[in-house]
Design a protein around this ligand. Structure first.
Ligand code: NAD
Length: 246
C-alpha cells in the first residue's frame, strides 16, 4: 500500500529539480499527481518519463491562470505543494528594485495566490495539506542572498499565519527549509560563477556533511507532509539541510 493512496497532489514548478522528484515520488506512493510548470517542453518530458503523472502548464505569476486551475481542480486536490521559486544573487548594494520585486512575486505572492484560490475548497471539505517551499536562507543569514533570504523568511511567516488561520478547519500548512540541493538551477549557479570548480567546493564545504543534498532527500519530506503520517504537524518549518543551520 502506498503512503499517499487516495490523495491528489498538485505541485508547482514540477518540471525539474525538487518539484519534479516530488511529483515522481508522490506518484510512486500512490498519489494522483498534477505536475504544473511554466515550461511546457520540460513537462512533456516528465509526462513521457512518468506516465502516471498528469502535467499541466501553469505560470504562477498569472493570477488568472491560478484561479482558472483552482476553479477546475480545487475540489479534488488534497495536497498543494507550492514549490516555485528563484534564487537571485545579490547584497543590499547591487540588488535592483526589479530583482527584489520579481523575487517576491515568484517566491511569495504566487504562494499567497495559490493558497487563497485553493483554501475555500479545503475549508468546505475540512481537510487539506499545504506545503510551501522555503529555504534555510529564510532562517539564517546567507551572504549574497538578500532578496532571496527575505522572500524565504516571508514564506516561513506566510506558512505560520496560514496554519494559525486554518488549524480549526482541519487544514495543515507547513514549509520546508532545504540547504543547498543539487538541481538544474543550482548547477546553473555553479556554472555561471567565475570559477565553477571553486564555487562547487564552497557550496559543499558550507554543508557540515561535506556535500549538497539530493532532490530525493527533499522530496521524501514532501511525501511525509503530504501524508497522514504528519497529521499532528502544522505551522512547522521542516529543516532538511545536512546540518547547515545547526
Ligand atoms: N536547489 C536548491 O539548492 C534549493 C535550496 C533551498 C530551496 N530551494 C527552493 O526549491 C524550489 C525549487 O528549486 P529547484 O532548485 O528544485 O528548481 P529549479 O530552480 O531547478 O527549477 C525551477 C522550476 O520552476 C519553474 N518556474 C520558473 N518560473 C515559473 C513560473 N512563473 N511558474 C511556474 N513555474 C515556474 C521552472 O520552469 C523550473 O522547472 C525553489 O522555490 C527554490 O527556492 C532550492
Amino acid at each position: 500500500m502506498g503512503r499517499l493512496d487516495g490523495k491528489t497532489v498538485l505541485i508547482t514548478a514540477a518540471a525539474q529539480g525538487i518539484g519534479r522528484r516530488s511529483a515522481q515520488l508522490c506518484a510512486s506512493e500512490g498519489a494522483v499527481v498534477i505536475a504544473t510548470d511554466v515550461n511546457a517542453a520540460a513537462l512533456a518530458e516528465l509526462a513521457t518519463e512518468s506516465p502516471s503523472v498528469t502535467v499541466r502548464r501553469l505560470d504562477v505569476l498569472r493570477r488568472d491562470e491560478i484561479e482558472t486551475l483552482a476553479a477546475e481542480l480545487a475540489d479534488s486536490v488534497d495536497v498543494l505543494f507550492n514549490c516555485a521559486g528563484c534564487v537571485p544573487d545579490g547584497d543590499a548594494a547591487d540588488t535592483t528594485d526589479d530583482v527584489w520585486q520579481q523575487t517576491f512575486d515568484l517566491n511569495v505572492r504566487s504562494m499567497f495566490w495559490l493558497c487563497r484560490a485553493f483554501l475555500p475548497a479545503f475549508r468546505r471539505r475540512r481537510a487539506g495539506s499545504i506545503i510551501n517551499m522555503a529555504s534555510v536562507a529564510g532562517l539564517k543569514g546567507v551572504p549574497r542572498r538578500l532578496a532571496y533570504g527575505a522572500s524565504k523568511a516571508a514564506v516561513v511567516g506566510l506558512t505560520k499565519c496560514l496554519a494559525a488561520d486554518t488549524v480549526a478547519d482541519g487544514i495543515r500548512c507547513n514549509c520546508i527549509c532545504p540547504g543547498t540541493v543539487d538541481t538544474p538551477s543550482w548547477r546553473g549557479r555553479v556554472a555561471a560563477s567565475h570559477d565553477p570548480q571553486r564555487a562547487r567546493a564552497q557550496f559543499e564545504a558550507r554543508q557540515p556533511m561535506g556535500r549538497v543534498g539530493t532532490a530525493d532527500e527533499i522530496a521524501w519530506m514532501v511525501v511525509y507532509l503530504a501524508s497522514d503520517e504528519s497529521s499532528f504537524t502544522t505551522g512547522a518549518s521542516m529543516v532538511v539541510d545536512g546540518g547547515w543551520s545547526m
